[in-house]
Design a protein. Structure first.
Length: 232
């Protein structure tokens, strides 16, 4: 495989793409995810995770969504196709540990970074799927999996209940809202950069709204009670 020149810092070339994905943007999503993942793991003091474990969780969150995205697109994962991904994810994870040691009350920042991570990976995943000619509905699916994949892998690695399935998390709903908006805007001829930016904003605000105002889907047991009431 030919060596990448300095241009690889700015653009990932997609052979059959309708547009190109900026490498710096993909690395930004990786870095934000790794920082959030490391801060999340370092906060779980009762699990006695060592520094290596915290760094690994950060790397998993930073790279997990992108790896799942590329596997769905039948592409070699970007994380092993470029020299920058692993160093950026590792450095960002170490930064996340440092931030948690410097500041003691970062729960709000962790939640905010989590929401931004979902938005970034959702926008990048959907955009990359569209660039490879994937139809609109599957492109939304790829974007949602890319958005929530890192958090799922994080929870599995930490042996925690998967946050995606918790009442009030709205991870998938937030990602779906943003990625559907992106696909609709692109189909209407809106510039993909503008559409992706709006995707990040909508996803982030939806996720933060679920935390701030308690938005959630009905619990399964609540639906069961409603059916009993109707039968009565």
């Amino acid at each position: 495989m030919p060596r990448r020149g300095i241009r690889s810092w700015f653009t990932v070339r997609v052979t059959t793409a309708l547009f190109t994905i900026p490498l710096w943007l993909d690395l930004t999503a990786v870095a934000v995810g790794a920082i959030q993942g490391a801060m999340f793991a370092a906060r779980l003091t009762e699990r006695r995770i060592d520094l290596l474990g915290v760094a690994l969780i950060g790397v998993i969150v930073g790279l997990g969504g992108g790896i799942l995205r590329d596997l769905l697109l039948n592409q070699r994962p970007a994380a092993i196709s470029d020299n920058w991904y692993l160093p950026v994810a590792t450095a960002a994870a170490l930064l996340g540990m440092l931030l948690l040691r410097v500041f003691t009350k970062l729960n709000g920042l962790i939640i905010a970074l989590d929401a931004v991570t979902i938005g970034l990976f959702g926008a990048i995943g959907t955009s990359k799927a569209l660039a490879y000619g994937v139809p609109e509905v599957p492109a939304v699916f790829v974007g949602v999996i890319s958005a929530v994949g890192g958090s799922i892998l994080r929870d599995v690695a930490l042996n925690l209940p998967i946050a995606l399935m918790h009442v009030g998390s709205l991870y998938a709903i937030a990602a779906t809202a943003g990625t559907v908006l992106l696909v609709v805007l692109v189909s209407l001829g809106v510039n993909v950069v503008v559409a992706a930016g709006l995707c990040v904003v909508v996803t982030t605000l939806t996720r933060l709204g679920s935390v701030r105002y308690g938005w959630s889907l009905p619990e399964q047991r609540a639906l069961g009670s409603w059916r009993v009431w109707r039968r009565a």
